[in-house]
Design a protein around this ligand. Structure first.
Ligand code: PLP
Length: 484
């Protein structure tokens, strides 16, 4: 252990932003006890062996490329952004277009604007499961398969979902012969539509597990399995949760795309971006884009009643609470797994300090950081405010946001600055959450053909207790053989 000296990581971090394109970008752990890994290893590993999360050794400064990137359609932009983080071989390049061909909008992430209005909405829900996670997971499925073919190996994906991750992951890898996928969801806590989007997938490589517990329980089981080096190696386990760097990277792309569109329409020099937040994955991608030189003035974090992150950004205290079910179930999270990546940067790229903070949090359930961060603002929306935001959008713009997006819109409205446009990320299609929409708007029922088609289909799902040992046994029994 201890292969990477803390001073070495610090030096690489300081160099970030000054360096040009590194030929072979290496990835390091937030906890500093893992030797640098290649991009391929990083994608296949998920969690670092020392329990930390993986990050590029430096974040490239792309300010000089922005004027050219503005002109690019989505997939060409994705190629450019991603190629700053790994060697873009022709084979890897060939994966990008097919990953976005499954989207129902040729723009992939269209931005909706209204003349003279400071509010803009980027629709990230045109993929096969109608939530923003498709943007990353359609690509990740293809990336996994490509790497597995190259090495003639197999993969068993284990993941936890509070709703949208699971279905997006399942749709990203269904039918891929080298992959089995085990997705745990908290039984009865995802919306009926979210559940059907997972359980109606009958491909042999897909295993849906309904866990009698919370999302955090599911996530703890996953972390436990991935942290067991022997199990990990023997069964060739992989993660698709937002801890996977490739997911963050795919999400960095649309921040560029969205900010460019808003700038075209408003001639604004900088843009504020509001992000409905659960695991801190999506908004962390925005933070990476910001550090790359994209002119985002401020990232506005929007939480529901599970507002541990709002409290952190307003008080400096990060304190664990209990999960409360809300109208926006994909944000019903108290321990945001990507937050550690932010802590690493916030600690001045000090892995030792990050590791110390994480163990302090694990032991006592809270940590405190002084000083605040001008890159972030934060707010939250309770039930009534979420419903009110849906009504406000409908009345004012004849536009129906899903309840996650509505949380963001409520928070964004409190933060509107007439001089700076506000881009709100729309993370799901409203038809995924008909109950919330009915509570807000009465008889209005937003429909989508992909969802109507789920009705009456056969389903496949196994119920298990929240005991890690039981889940582990199930996964071992149904796993594909590891590397051949
Ligand atoms: C996952 C999800 C979120 C939260 O995203 P994080 O990356 O976990 O912060 C918000 N809205 C919807 C619809 C989601 O599926």
């Amino acid at each position: 252990m201890g292969n990477v000296q803390p001073w070495f990581i610090l030096a690489m971090c300081v160099a970030g932003g000054i360096t040009s394109i590194p030929m072979h970008m290496q990835y390091i752990s937030t906890r500093g006890q893992t030797p640098p890994l290649s991009f391929e290893k990083t994608v296949m590993t998920g969690l670092a062996p020392d329990g930390g999360l993986l990050l590029p050794e430096s974040i490239p400064d792309v300010s000089g490329a922005l004027s050219q990137w503005r002109e690019l359609p989505y997939t060409a932009l994705a190629e450019q952004v991603m190629s700053r983080f790994f060697d873009m071989t022709p084979e890897l390049q060939a994966l990008i277009s097919p990953s976005y061909a499954t989207f129902r909008s040729p723009e992939v992430a269209p931005v909706v604007s209204w003349a003279g209005e400071p509010l803009h909405i980027m629709e990230l829900f045109h993929g096969p499961t109608l939530a923003f996670k498709d943007v990353a997971l359609q690509w990740l499925g293809n990336l996994f398969e490509h790497i597995l073919e190259k090495h003639d190996s197999h993969l068993n994906i284990v993941g936890a979902t509070s709703g949208d991750t699971g279905s997006a992951a399942i749709h990203g890898v269904r039918g891929k012969p080298r992959i089995n996928i085990f997705i745990m969801h908290p039984k009865g806590r995802t919306s009926p539509v979210q559940e059907l989007q997972m359980t109606t997938v009958l491909d042999e490589n897909v295993f849906n597990l309904a866990i009698e517990g919370t999302f955090d329980d599911c996530q703890a089981i996953v972390k436990d399995m991935l942290a067991d080096a022997q199990l990990h190696r023997r069964y060739s386990l992989g993660a698709v949760n937002s801890i996977n760097w490739a997911r963050v990277l795919a999400q960095v792309v649309y921040y560029f795309y969205g900010v460019f569109r808003v700038q075209e329409r408003t001639a604004a020099a900088t843009v504020d971006v509001t992000v409905p937040t659960g695991n801190f994955g999506d908004i962390f991608a925005g933070y990476v884009a910001m550090r790359m030189g994209l002119p985002i003035r401020r990232l506005v974090l929007a939480a529901n009643d599970n507002n541990i992150l709002e409290r952190f950004f307003t008080t400096g205290e990060y304190r664990r609470g209990t999960v409360r079910p809300t109208l926006s179930p994909s944000m019903d999270i108290q321990i945001a797994s990507n937050f550690e990546r932010y802590l690493y940067y916030r600690s001045g790229c000090d892995a030792q300090k990050t590791a110390a903070l994480m163990s302090e949090f694990a032991a006592g359930g809270s940590i405190r950081l002084d000083g605040g961060d001008p890159a972030f603002a934060a707010g939250s929306a309770g039930r009534d405010e979420t419903l009110e935001a849906i009504r406000w959008m409908k009345q004012r713009f004849d536009y129906i946001p899903d309840p996650h997006t509505a949380v963001g819109i409520h928070v964004a409205r409190q933060r509107l600055d007439p001089a700076i446009p506000m881009l709100c990320l729309a993370t799901a299609h409203p038809a995924k959450f008909p109950d919330a929409i009915r509570q807000a708007l009465g008889d209005v029922r937003p429909a989508h053909p992909l969802i109507d088609a789920l009705e009456g289909l056969p389903v496949r799902c196994e119920t298990l207790s929240a005991a890690a040992a039981e889940v582990r046994r199930y996964v071992i029994e149904h796993a594909q053989a590891g590397n051949r």
